[in-house]
Design a protein around this ligand. Sequence first.
Ligand SMILES: [Zn+2]
Length: 169
Amino acid sequence: MSIQCTKVKPNGQQCKMRTLKGPFCWIHAQQYGVRVKPSGIHNLGLFATKTYRVNEAIDEYKGDILEIPIDDVPANKDYVFTITDNYHVDGENPNSSFARYINDSRGTNLRPNTKWAVDRRNKVVRVRAKRHINGTKANPVELLIKYGRQYWTAARNRAKEANDEEDED
Ligand SMILES: [Zn+2]
């Protein structure tokens, strides 16, 4: 189901276009610097359509807030980012953020070009550039990250069985 683009224009009016993926329509996504499109790695991915400097913020991971103990987070939730043991962001909604579309670099020979920046005090998690990212509109660069089992509750629950993964470097 699509939503109306959440971008408010300088004249105070909300953009009237609609979007299926992320909070903005494709025009405003591109102005923002990203694009959701099919990925060679997994289904859809998030691509940079502009240059990002090292450490530059790319997007905030948003979603429904779950204020429940970590062990009560359902293991079938694939988009839950755990900020503290009792505070989690569920990005399952396709419109919740662009960051939710970033694929893990695992299983590829590519190095992650983004990283999580977790602000536990303000309960916010952002994605920042880990290295210089040279995306353009004509040649978007796929953003890749290490999910990290310490953040992904569902993945962590699954990892209790497969205890072989490495954390971020
Ligand atoms: Zn728009």
